[in-house]
Design a protein. Structure first.
Length: 124
């Protein structure tokens, strides 16, 4: 029963994605623009989720630190420390990804595409 449900959900999602691409007019440029727009939206969603999870881990780490203070035998100190380190990593993840993307691909996508990427194709 579960595999049927998973297959049904997969077929519905595939058909919806096909309809969204088909709704762009079928032009390759329009499809590329739609995919780029959706990729930017997914990146923003992951950034927001990273911030929310980071704040959640920080709050949980602080609560675990309080629990360790009240009963050090029950809660080891490593648990809140690890949660706070994970929170810091999640809070800095969007900044690190932005910096790494600018370092690897240039400050914008057009500069990476036009900065000599097709020098051998022009016949010069």
């Amino acid at each position: 029963m579960k595999t049927r449900t998973k297959m049904l959900v997969g077929v519905v999602l595939l058909s919806l994605s096909t309809l969204s691409i088909a709704g762009t007019g079928g032009d390759l440029t329009a499809i590329a623009t739609t995919i780029t727009t959706q990729a930017n939206a997914v990146a923003k969603l992951l950034s927001v989720l990273s911030y929310v999870a980071g704040v959640g881990f920080a709050m949980a780490g602080i609560l675990q630190l309080k629990a360790h203070k009240e009963n050090p035998q029950q809660v080891p100190l490593s648990k809140p420390v690890v949660m706070i380190v994970v929170a810091a990593c999640l809070l800095f993840l969007p900044t690190i990804l932005t910096t790494a993307g600018a370092s690897i691909f240039g400050s914008s996508a057009t500069s990476a595409a036009t900065a000599g990427g097709g020098a051998g194709l022009s016949g010069q």
